[in-house]
Design a protein around this ligand. Sequence first.
Ligand code: MLT
Length: 273
Amino acid sequence: METRKIRDTEYAIWIHGTGTPVLFVHGFPFDHTMYVPACERLSTRFQCLIPDLRGFGGSAPGGLNGHGSVEKPVFEMSEFADDLNELLNSLNIQDKIVLCGLSMGGYISMEFVRRYRSRLAGPILCDTRTTVDPPAAAENRHRLADSVAKTGLVPVAESMTPNLLAANTLENRPEITAFLKQMICRQKPEGVAAAARGMACRKDTTELLGQISVPTLVLCGEEDKPSPPDIMKEMAKQIPTAKFVTFNQSGHLPPLEQTAAFAQTVADFVGTI
Ligand code: MLT
């Protein structure tokens, strides 16, 4: 892992390979390790960049950037997008990038589309959505944010995991379930809380879909519950240049549940750009 001072914090980033730069943005409450198995394959052909977002994995939470309060900091999706733009600057990456964001990483990728689209050779939107939370879901995020410092991440991992993985993964692949729980459990409560508040107040990005004019890949696990295939298929239809691909026997996390198929699909896409 390398580290880079980005704005008011320090980012840890996994960088392997050479070729077209592909920036992978992890979901919530995860870190860069969710992409490592796929990127071990992809980095033989491309430059894979996987940061830990501020407050996750090895990246420090940093300051507030003027949002939220000292007691209740908020990491807005647009701030993460600004961090990623600065990260590319600090790595001196001038070529256009492929940006792959999963779930919260997809919310951030759409804010990147809003603000920095000239840097994009092609987005990959994976198991995500462009709409905002219904009020009850936003309330739940605030409850989680307020409680996680006291309760820690174990109850979060236990309650989220069954919702994130496909039936086959849960029944037959205990190593994936264990990996996922360990990844969630090692996250910092303050980062998780601030990102949860940021997701609760995220902006709708649906109107941006029709403005994407570069090749785009929309990916979804066939058993994804948080962002199901029917919703993602509708999203893909709104992007004139999109290809929609689903993965069998995968829930919300194709990079972990269907690593080989995910890596091959990404490689085929990036190879044509
Ligand atoms: C994620 O995987 O990033 C989460 O499911 C996003 C969310 O909670 O909306």
